[in-house]
Design a protein around this ligand. Sequence first.
Ligand code: DP6
Length: 328
Amino acid sequence: MSSNTQIGRARAGANIALIKYWGKRSGSSLNLPATSSLAVTLDDLQTTTEVSVCADFSTHEVRLNDEVVDDPRLVAFLDHIRGLVGSDAPFARVISGNNFPTAAGLASSASGYAALTLAATQAYGLDLDANALSVLARMGSGSAPRSLWSGFSIMHRGERDDGLDAIAKPLLDADSWPLEVVIAITAHGPKSVSSRVGMNHTMATSPYYSAWVEHNEARLDDAAAAVLAKDFEKLADLSEASALQMHASAMAAEPGVLYWNSATMACLHAIRDARAKGQGVFFTVDAGPQVKAICLPGASSQVADALRGVSGVLDVHCTQLGAGAERL
Ligand code: DP6
C-alpha cells in the first residue's frame, strides 16, 4: 500500500427500535424519516470497519464479511463523504465485518453505516461534530444515527428541509438502566424484503400508513418519559403497540408485506404469556422474522429458556445494552 494511505477504523453496535421508524418524509432525497424513533444500542452485535483512502485507488471498493459487495447505495454514500473533501479527493477501500447475520432483521445496516461514518470521516480527515456525524449516518440508513449513542437514544424526524435537525440524540446511557435483550432467531438467511423496499411500498400503497405516522409520532414523548422514569410497564405497552402498528401498516400494503413466520407469532404469544405471569419482558419485531424480547435486568436467562422451548426457534442470543459507536 502506498505511503500516502490514510486509515480510519471504527466499531458500532446494532440497535433495536422500541418506537419504530417506518417511512420517509416524501419529496426529499436526504433519507429523512417520517417519524421520530427511540432505540436501544446493543452490546454483542457489532460491526467493525476499516476504511483506507489512497490516491492510487481508481474506484471505491467495499468488502463485507470477506466478500466484495457491489452496492450502489454504499458507493453513493462513500462518494458523498469524498465530495465533502473535494472533487479530486481519493477513493476509498472498505473492509467491514459483522459478528452476526447480515440483513436478517438484526439491524446490520444501522451498525454498518454508523461504523462506516466514523471510519470514513476519520480516513478522509474530516473533523465533524456529533450532529454532523448523525446527519451523515442518516444519509446511509435512517436507523444508523441511533447506533452512535450508548443505551437509549432518540432519532428526531426534524422539521427542516435540509435535514440538519434529523439527527439522533442520547436519552439515557446503558449503565443507567441496564435492560437485557433476548433475540430469537426463527429463520436463517436474508429477509425477503429489505426495510427500505418494505417501507417505501407501505408508504405508497398502505391505506393505514398515514394513521401509523400520526400515532407513532404521538407516542414518542411518552416513551421517552417512560425511559427516563424507568417505567418498564409503560415502555412495554408503548413499544409493543409501535411494533404491531408498524407491521399492521406493512401488512395492509398491496400486496401486503409479511415479515413473520409461524415461529415469530409463537414467540410473541410466549412473551405475552410470560409477561402475564409477572415477568419483566416485552417484545418487538423489525423488518424480518426474528423476535427481540426486552427484559428487566436479571430477567433474560428465564426468557431465553422460554424462547428456546418455542417450536420453530432455531437459536437464541442474549445481550446487554451497549456503548455508542467509537473509533478504534
Ligand atoms: C424496521 O434504517 O434500515 O428496523 O433508512 O431505508 O436504510 P433505511 O431503513 P432502515 O429501517 C429500519 C426499519 C426498522 C425499524 C427501526 O429500526 O426503527
